[in-house]
Design a protein around this ligand. Structure first.
Ligand code: BTN
Length: 246
Protein backbone atom coordinates (compact mmCIF):
# COMPACT_ATOMS: atom_id res chain seq x y z
CA UNK A 1 0.00 0.00 0.00
CA UNK A 2 1.14 3.53 -0.68
CA UNK A 3 1.86 5.85 2.22
CA UNK A 4 0.35 9.16 1.09
CA UNK A 5 1.91 12.39 2.27
CA UNK A 6 -0.25 15.42 1.45
CA UNK A 7 1.13 18.94 1.06
CA UNK A 8 -1.62 21.56 1.03
CA UNK A 9 -0.85 24.78 -0.83
CA UNK A 10 -2.91 27.95 -0.88
CA UNK A 11 -2.00 28.61 -4.49
CA UNK A 12 0.33 27.37 -7.21
CA UNK A 13 0.62 27.45 -10.99
CA UNK A 14 -0.49 23.86 -11.54
CA UNK A 15 -0.20 20.98 -9.09
CA UNK A 16 1.13 18.77 -11.91
CA UNK A 17 3.83 21.32 -12.77
CA UNK A 18 4.63 21.94 -9.08
CA UNK A 19 5.06 18.22 -8.41
CA UNK A 20 7.09 17.76 -11.58
CA UNK A 21 9.47 20.53 -10.45
CA UNK A 22 9.70 19.15 -6.96
CA UNK A 23 10.76 15.70 -8.08
CA UNK A 24 13.13 16.65 -10.87
CA UNK A 25 16.63 15.55 -10.07
CA UNK A 26 15.79 13.71 -6.88
CA UNK A 27 14.13 10.52 -5.76
CA UNK A 28 11.09 11.80 -3.85
CA UNK A 29 9.15 8.79 -2.67
CA UNK A 30 5.94 7.57 -4.20
CA UNK A 31 2.84 8.87 -2.40
CA UNK A 32 3.59 12.59 -2.31
CA UNK A 33 0.35 14.47 -3.00
CA UNK A 34 0.21 18.16 -3.84
CA UNK A 35 -3.18 19.70 -3.20
CA UNK A 36 -4.07 23.34 -3.69
CA UNK A 37 -6.95 25.77 -3.29
CA UNK A 38 -6.17 27.62 -6.51
CA UNK A 39 -4.15 27.22 -9.69
CA UNK A 40 -3.00 30.16 -11.78
CA UNK A 41 -2.20 27.86 -14.74
CA UNK A 42 -4.38 24.80 -14.25
CA UNK A 43 -3.90 22.52 -17.22
CA UNK A 44 -6.38 20.25 -18.89
CA UNK A 45 -5.90 17.69 -21.62
CA UNK A 46 -4.67 18.91 -25.01
CA UNK A 47 -3.34 22.12 -23.43
CA UNK A 48 -6.81 23.27 -22.40
CA UNK A 49 -7.13 25.48 -19.33
CA UNK A 50 -8.72 23.83 -16.28
CA UNK A 51 -11.26 26.20 -14.72
CA UNK A 52 -11.55 26.18 -10.94
CA UNK A 53 -12.81 28.95 -8.67
CA UNK A 54 -10.57 29.64 -5.65
CA UNK A 55 -11.17 27.30 -2.67
CA UNK A 56 -14.14 25.58 -4.27
CA UNK A 57 -12.77 22.40 -5.80
CA UNK A 58 -10.43 19.48 -5.39
CA UNK A 59 -7.18 20.07 -7.27
CA UNK A 60 -4.35 17.67 -6.64
CA UNK A 61 -1.51 15.66 -8.11
CA UNK A 62 -0.33 12.28 -6.86
CA UNK A 63 3.18 10.93 -7.36
CA UNK A 64 3.58 7.25 -8.25
CA UNK A 65 6.75 5.33 -8.99
CA UNK A 66 5.42 2.39 -11.01
CA UNK A 67 8.93 1.22 -11.84
CA UNK A 68 8.01 -2.41 -12.43
CA UNK A 69 4.99 -1.66 -14.62
CA UNK A 70 5.75 -2.13 -18.33
CA UNK A 71 5.24 1.12 -20.25
CA UNK A 72 2.70 -0.55 -22.52
CA UNK A 73 0.51 -1.21 -19.47
CA UNK A 74 0.41 2.42 -18.34
CA UNK A 75 -3.31 2.69 -19.10
CA UNK A 76 -3.94 0.53 -16.01
CA UNK A 77 -3.02 3.53 -13.84
CA UNK A 78 -5.59 5.62 -15.61
CA UNK A 79 -8.17 2.88 -15.11
CA UNK A 80 -7.34 2.53 -11.40
CA UNK A 81 -7.70 6.23 -10.57
CA UNK A 82 -10.90 6.54 -12.63
CA UNK A 83 -12.46 3.55 -10.86
CA UNK A 84 -11.43 4.89 -7.43
CA UNK A 85 -12.91 8.35 -8.07
CA UNK A 86 -16.19 7.01 -9.45
CA UNK A 87 -16.61 4.48 -6.66
CA UNK A 88 -16.14 7.23 -4.06
CA UNK A 89 -18.50 9.63 -5.87
CA UNK A 90 -21.13 6.89 -6.06
CA UNK A 91 -21.18 6.87 -2.23
CA UNK A 92 -22.48 10.47 -2.43
CA UNK A 93 -25.09 9.81 -5.14
CA UNK A 94 -25.81 7.23 -7.81
CA UNK A 95 -25.05 7.98 -11.42
CA UNK A 96 -21.31 8.63 -11.75
CA UNK A 97 -19.53 6.98 -14.66
CA UNK A 98 -16.21 6.97 -16.49
CA UNK A 99 -16.29 8.49 -19.95
CA UNK A 100 -13.58 6.77 -21.93
CA UNK A 101 -10.72 7.09 -21.45
CA UNK A 102 -10.67 8.86 -18.09
CA UNK A 103 -13.18 11.67 -17.73
CA UNK A 104 -15.57 11.41 -14.82
CA UNK A 105 -19.19 12.08 -15.62
CA UNK A 106 -22.52 12.44 -13.84
CA UNK A 107 -25.16 11.56 -16.38
CA UNK A 108 -23.91 13.48 -19.42
CA UNK A 109 -22.04 16.18 -17.51
CA UNK A 110 -18.35 16.28 -16.68
CA UNK A 111 -17.51 16.51 -12.98
CA UNK A 112 -13.81 15.65 -13.04
CA UNK A 113 -10.84 15.46 -15.36
CA UNK A 114 -7.61 13.55 -14.99
CA UNK A 115 -4.26 14.53 -16.48
CA UNK A 116 -1.60 11.84 -16.21
CA UNK A 117 1.98 12.74 -17.05
CA UNK A 118 4.58 9.97 -17.11
CA UNK A 119 8.32 10.39 -17.01
CA UNK A 120 9.79 7.41 -18.79
CA UNK A 121 13.19 6.14 -17.69
CA UNK A 122 15.38 3.55 -19.35
CA UNK A 123 13.71 0.67 -17.53
CA UNK A 124 10.08 1.83 -17.62
CA UNK A 125 7.91 4.46 -15.96
CA UNK A 126 10.26 6.29 -13.61
CA UNK A 127 7.52 8.50 -12.24
CA UNK A 128 3.88 9.12 -12.91
CA UNK A 129 1.98 12.24 -11.92
CA UNK A 130 -1.78 11.84 -11.68
CA UNK A 131 -3.49 15.23 -11.76
CA UNK A 132 -7.09 15.37 -10.65
CA UNK A 133 -9.49 18.28 -10.99
CA UNK A 134 -12.84 17.50 -9.37
CA UNK A 135 -15.63 20.09 -9.24
CA UNK A 136 -16.93 20.06 -5.68
CA UNK A 137 -18.51 23.31 -4.44
CA UNK A 138 -18.37 25.56 -7.52
CA UNK A 139 -21.85 26.11 -8.91
CA UNK A 140 -21.25 28.35 -11.93
CA UNK A 141 -18.74 27.74 -14.68
CA UNK A 142 -17.51 30.36 -17.11
CA UNK A 143 -15.01 28.67 -19.42
CA UNK A 144 -16.11 27.19 -22.72
CA UNK A 145 -16.09 23.64 -21.29
CA UNK A 146 -19.36 22.37 -22.75
CA UNK A 147 -20.95 20.51 -19.87
CA UNK A 148 -19.43 21.06 -16.41
CA UNK A 149 -21.17 20.06 -13.20
CA UNK A 150 -20.15 19.92 -9.52
CA UNK A 151 -21.05 17.77 -6.55
CA UNK A 152 -22.86 20.76 -5.04
CA UNK A 153 -24.89 21.17 -8.25
CA UNK A 154 -25.94 17.55 -7.87
CA UNK A 155 -26.39 17.20 -4.11
CA UNK A 156 -27.64 20.71 -3.29
CA UNK A 157 -25.12 21.13 -0.46
CA UNK A 158 -21.39 21.70 0.03
CA UNK A 159 -18.94 18.86 0.53
CA UNK A 160 -15.70 18.85 2.56
CA UNK A 161 -12.92 18.84 -0.04
CA UNK A 162 -10.13 17.42 2.15
CA UNK A 163 -12.37 14.60 3.36
CA UNK A 164 -13.18 13.80 -0.24
CA UNK A 165 -9.47 13.77 -1.11
CA UNK A 166 -8.80 11.34 1.77
CA UNK A 167 -11.61 9.09 0.56
CA UNK A 168 -10.25 9.08 -2.98
CA UNK A 169 -6.70 8.30 -1.84
CA UNK A 170 -7.93 5.43 0.36
CA UNK A 171 -10.02 4.02 -2.48
CA UNK A 172 -7.13 4.42 -4.92
CA UNK A 173 -4.79 2.60 -2.54
CA UNK A 174 -7.04 -0.46 -2.75
CA UNK A 175 -7.82 -0.30 -6.46
CA UNK A 176 -4.17 0.35 -7.39
CA UNK A 177 -3.12 -3.00 -5.88
CA UNK A 178 -5.10 -4.64 -8.71
CA UNK A 179 -2.62 -3.19 -11.23
CA UNK A 180 -0.08 -5.67 -9.85
CA UNK A 181 -2.34 -8.45 -8.59
CA UNK A 182 -5.50 -8.75 -10.70
CA UNK A 183 -5.58 -6.83 -13.97
CA UNK A 184 -8.65 -8.76 -15.14
CA UNK A 185 -10.64 -7.57 -12.12
CA UNK A 186 -9.49 -3.98 -12.62
CA UNK A 187 -10.48 -4.02 -16.29
CA UNK A 188 -13.89 -5.48 -15.41
CA UNK A 189 -14.54 -2.86 -12.74
CA UNK A 190 -13.53 -0.13 -15.19
CA UNK A 191 -15.73 -1.51 -17.95
CA UNK A 192 -18.74 -1.86 -15.61
CA UNK A 193 -18.43 1.84 -14.76
CA UNK A 194 -17.96 2.97 -18.35
CA UNK A 195 -20.51 5.48 -19.65
CA UNK A 196 -22.77 4.00 -22.36
CA UNK A 197 -21.07 0.60 -22.42
CA UNK A 198 -23.16 -1.86 -24.39
CA UNK A 199 -25.69 0.88 -25.36
CA UNK A 200 -26.43 1.89 -28.92
CA UNK A 201 -25.46 5.54 -29.35
CA UNK A 202 -24.52 7.89 -32.15
CA UNK A 203 -20.75 8.26 -32.44
CA UNK A 204 -18.62 10.35 -34.74
CA UNK A 205 -15.21 9.51 -36.19
CA UNK A 206 -13.12 10.70 -39.13
CA UNK A 207 -15.56 9.06 -41.54
CA UNK A 208 -18.68 10.70 -40.08
CA UNK A 209 -21.51 9.75 -37.74
CA UNK A 210 -22.55 6.16 -37.11
CA UNK A 211 -24.55 4.09 -34.65
CA UNK A 212 -22.45 1.83 -32.50
CA UNK A 213 -21.94 0.38 -29.08
CA UNK A 214 -18.85 0.15 -26.92
CA UNK A 215 -17.90 -3.49 -26.51
CA UNK A 216 -14.45 -3.38 -24.91
CA UNK A 217 -11.45 -1.33 -23.89
CA UNK A 218 -8.15 -3.00 -24.75
CA UNK A 219 -5.28 -3.31 -22.32
CA UNK A 220 -3.45 -0.41 -23.95
CA UNK A 221 -6.57 1.78 -23.77
CA UNK A 222 -7.94 1.48 -27.30
CA UNK A 223 -11.73 1.62 -27.45
CA UNK A 224 -13.62 -1.03 -29.42
CA UNK A 225 -16.99 -0.03 -30.86
CA UNK A 226 -19.29 -2.40 -32.75
CA UNK A 227 -21.12 -0.59 -35.56
CA UNK A 228 -24.49 -1.51 -37.08
CA UNK A 229 -22.84 -3.54 -39.85
CA UNK A 230 -21.19 -5.70 -37.17
CA UNK A 231 -17.81 -4.22 -37.89
CA UNK A 232 -15.53 -3.61 -34.90
CA UNK A 233 -13.94 -0.17 -35.00
CA UNK A 234 -10.83 0.53 -32.88
CA UNK A 235 -9.92 3.98 -31.59
CA UNK A 236 -7.13 5.79 -29.83
CA UNK A 237 -7.84 8.84 -27.64
CA UNK A 238 -9.62 11.65 -29.52
CA UNK A 239 -10.28 9.56 -32.64
CA UNK A 240 -13.95 9.16 -31.72
CA UNK A 241 -16.51 11.34 -30.01
CA UNK A 242 -20.02 10.74 -28.87
CA UNK A 243 -22.84 12.93 -30.14
CA UNK A 244 -24.30 14.32 -26.93
CA UNK A 245 -28.03 14.42 -26.44
CA UNK A 246 -28.32 17.00 -23.72
C1 BTN B 1 -9.01 17.32 -18.38
O1 BTN B 1 -8.84 18.18 -19.24
O2 BTN B 1 -10.02 16.62 -18.35
C2 BTN B 1 -7.94 17.08 -17.33
C3 BTN B 1 -8.02 18.12 -16.27
C4 BTN B 1 -7.01 17.93 -15.15
C5 BTN B 1 -7.01 19.07 -14.21
C6 BTN B 1 -6.15 18.82 -13.00
S1 BTN B 1 -6.35 20.04 -11.76
C7 BTN B 1 -5.01 19.40 -10.87
C8 BTN B 1 -3.96 19.01 -11.89
N1 BTN B 1 -3.11 20.15 -12.18
C9 BTN B 1 -3.30 20.60 -13.42
O3 BTN B 1 -2.74 21.61 -13.91
N2 BTN B 1 -4.18 19.82 -14.06
C10 BTN B 1 -4.65 18.75 -13.23
Amino acid sequence: MIDFNIINLTECDSTNAYLQNKISGNDTAEGLVISTLFQTKGRGQLSNVWESERSKNLLCSILLRPETLPVKQQFLISQAISVAIVEVLNTYSDGFKIKWPNDIYYKEFKIAGILIENNLSSGGIGSCIIGIGLNVNQTEFHSDAPNPISLKNILGHSVNILKLLDEILSAFNLVYTLVYSDVKMLRERYFDLLLFNGEERIYSDASGNFIGKIIDVEGDGHLLVLDSTNNIRRYAFKEISIIPNY
